[in-house]
Structures are given as C-alpha cells and as structure tokens.
Design a protein around this ligand. Sequence first.
Ligand SMILES: Cc1ncc(COP(=O)(O)O)c(C=O)c1O
Length: 376
Amino acid sequence: MSVPFLSLREQTATLRAELLESIGTVLDTQGFANGPAVAAFEKELAAYLGVREVVALNTGTSALHAALLCADVGPGDDVVTVAHTWISTVWAVSYVGARPVFVDVDPSTSGMDPALLERALTPRTRAIVPVHLYGHPVDLDPILDLARRRNIAVIEDNAQALGALYRGRRAGTLGTVNATSFYPGKNLGACGEGGALLTDDAGMAARARRLRDHAQEGRHNHVELGFNWRMDGIQGAVLSVKLKRLEQWNARRRAIAARYLAGLGEAPGLTLPQRHAWAEPIWHLFAVFHERRDELRAALERRGVQTGVHYPRPVHLQPAYAHLDLRAGALPVTEKLARTQLSLPMYPELTDAQADEVIEATRDACEELSGQRRAG
Ligand SMILES: Cc1ncc(COP(=O)(O)O)c(C=O)c1O
C-alpha cells in the first residue's frame, strides 16, 4: 500500500454530481466572472464565519494584496510578519511598496511569536500580518492588544486555517481586514484558484470590491489603480457545494490528527505538533519535526508514504529577498523549523488504515534512524 501526501480524487468523485449541477447553473446564467454564484458564496461564507463582509477574489495572494491596500499600507511603511510561511504573505507586502520586517516564530504554534513583536515595531510600522500556519491559530490577543495600543492594522493570513477557532472565535475574522485562500489543496478548496478578503469594515469591503473590478465606481469610472481580481463564477458554485462539508471535513482531520498523536508519541527523535488549550486547529497540515528530516523523508518514501516540507527555505533567505540583507542566523527558530519540519499525509478522505500505515512507517523509520530497531 502506498499513501499519497494529498489526493483530491475521492472528494471530487463523491461530490461529482452535485458539483456538475452547481456548475451547470453558472453555464445557464452565464455568470462567469463574479456573478450570482460568487455573490451567493460570499453570503454563505460570511454567515459561516460570523463576519460582516466577504469579498471573493481570484487568489489568496490577491486577497493579501487587497487587504494591505484596504489598510492603507504603502511605500515608506513597514509591515511586521514572519518568514516561516508560503511566500505570498511577503509578496503582498512588497506589492504595495512596503518593507517586510520579520519576527521569529513560536515553535509551539509555528506562527508569529507575540513575545518578540514589540521590539520589531518601528515608527513606520503600519500593519502586522500573522499567519495561522498548518491550521493552528497564533496567539492573537497579545498581537491585537499591542496593535490597538499603537494604532496599527492587523491582517490575518488565514489561508491555512479556515474554520479554526481562537478562544472560541473564528481565526481570520479578528484582524482589521483578513485574507484566505481556496487553492485546491486548502481545507476549503476550489476546482481552480480562489481567495477572499474578510472584514467587518464595510468601507474596506467596498474598496476591495472596487479594486477587484478595475477600481470601477460605476461603469467606466476608474477611481484608483485597479486590478482584475474577480473570482470565476464556476469557482463560486464549487465553493458553495464544498462549504457545506467544511465542518465535517475539519472534524475528520481532527480525528486523523488524534490518531497520529496517539500513535506517534513514542517515535524516537520525533517532535509532534502541539495543540494549545485556547485553540481549535483544523489541521491543514500535520507538521512533525525531526533533526534528520531529509533522511526521515527518504525513509518514509521507501516505505510508500509521501510527505511534504512546509517550508524548506524561509523567505528572508530567498534570492528574491536578498536586498533585505538578512543572513542565516537572523531568525533562529524559523530556520530550525525550515530544517526540521515534515508534513505527513492529512486530508479528510485519508482512511484509518492509511493513517495507521503512516504511523507504522514513521515509527519504523524513526527507530531505524535512531539505531534502535523494534523487537519483532
Ligand atoms: C499561508 C499562505 N498564505 C497565502 C497563500 C496564497 O494563496 P493562493 O495560493 O490562493 O494565492 C497560501 C496558499 O498558497 C498560504 O498557504
């Protein structure tokens, strides 16, 4: 048996008839760009999250870009964020002409370490962008408190944590203006690209709706530099079908995570993800850590288990950000996670038998690496 890192095949097969029917409505109504299916999905997602405004966009990267523009971040501003993330978080800061300033992460959440935040602020800091990585919320209250005191916007990058709870509240709805992604492999994934801006601020939502449609206010009246960030009608139709299953899928991910946590506790050399009492994570990824990550990854591959690495090179050490002049050693925890992190297969359609196969292979590989083979 082999276990793929991610498979969307089963989910798509199960929903096929419903998806085709929903997509058929778009074909019938010709609402291909934005249109009624997208508007309906926006309302449904807003109701699910308990947020006033959802603005559907073409990608999560655009959603971050839009959020920064809506928070009036621009050239000359600093934006404090993390380097242990998918690079889009930082691209968005660069797109608006601001300077990314990195703080290190807390190994217990893999997200922004609030204890390090205050000293990273400068008189130019205009926004803070924490990332809820792997589906586990960062400890947001200290970040929100500090931002409120200093009059700085908070923009949650919630691409990996849609549905997660932070102290009983939905991650991705607590910042000033926030972003999420519907990239196919996300917990709520489109059959193509998609993203959304989330906010309680009606003015910011109105601006984002304008920005996504060439900044038009009325037809052929372009009030600022605009973009084509519209969501495809077909993606809106797909996402409405899938949103109805999100809670059930996230619950299944939690059950798989519980199985992994119970089964992997004694694997030598393996550090398991933590779950804070104040968090209800949605396990977008199941991240483990091992000093000999690459060898462990190869050993799992030999045993038929595919894995991922999120992310092997932090943003501050990427060639695209060489101009920031940050060297290896600048962000020790970030760099350690980049060296040791490994993602095990995690998706709702993973069977118990497959999860057990992953557990068995991981324990066996860890024992092999530590030199202690199990008896029998
Ligand atoms: C943390 C994070 N931020 C931003 C994005 C960007 O989303 P998209 O791929 O939809 O542009 C992603 C997903 O790829 C992500 O994982």
